[in-house]
Design a protein around this ligand. Structure first.
Ligand SMILES: [Mg+2]
Length: 171
């Protein structure tokens, strides 16, 4: 069970995810979380760096879908200027939103990576739904109300897995 909390890969930030490397692995799509993955949870709009990252993915024909447990207003205001598909109130770790996104991108599971900053939602959900998962370090150390509870559990899981030698990265 705990294995399902382990990402396939761990990187510092979304900017460590490069189209060339993805393509080599046969990846054609990214399902990414929003809050603390693309921007800090309390930042409304995409930063110029994020706009650039989306542009880069587009240039390389890598499709990107944002799926977030946050509400319609938050996700819409962020995603629409990027002209990227999005799912709000996704209820991760439940699998429905992941599967809907994959279908909309018209890609197979093994052509998609799931990216996010939380074990309890992004990694667990992505793993359960059968995707390759990439964990990023949260952009800021604070979280929205709902996430704070998840973080407490997450810290315990991380601590346990480090002790067991299942995690080698440093925060
Ligand atoms: Mg997040």
């Amino acid at each position: 069970m705990l294995k399902k909390f382990l990402p396939n890969e761990h990187v510092k930030s979304i900017f460590d995810i490069h189209p060339g490397v993805l393509k080599q692995k046969g990846i054609k799509g990214i399902i990414t979380d929003l809050d603390n993955t693309l921007v800090a949870w309390d930042v409304k709009d995409a930063t110029p760096e994020i706009v650039q990252w989306f542009k880069l993915m587009k240039e390389h024909d890598i499709k990107v879908t944002i799926i977030s447990n946050n509400n319609e207003e938050r996700v819409k205001i962020f995603s629409e200027p990027l002209a990227t598909p999005f799912v709000y109130s996704a209820r991760k770790p439940l699998g429905h939103a992941f599967k809907t996104a994959a279908k909309q991108m018209n890609l197979k599971k093994n052509e998609i990576v799931v990216v996010g900053d939380q074990l309890m939602t992004d990694v667990l959900g992505g793993n359960f739904a059968g995707f390759y998962t990439i964990l990023v370090v949260p952009i800021v150390q604070t979280d929205g109300k709902m996430t704070r509870i998840n973080r407490k559990i997450e810290r315990r899981i991380l601590h346990y897995m480090r002790k067991k030698g299942k995690i080698t990265w440093e925060e």
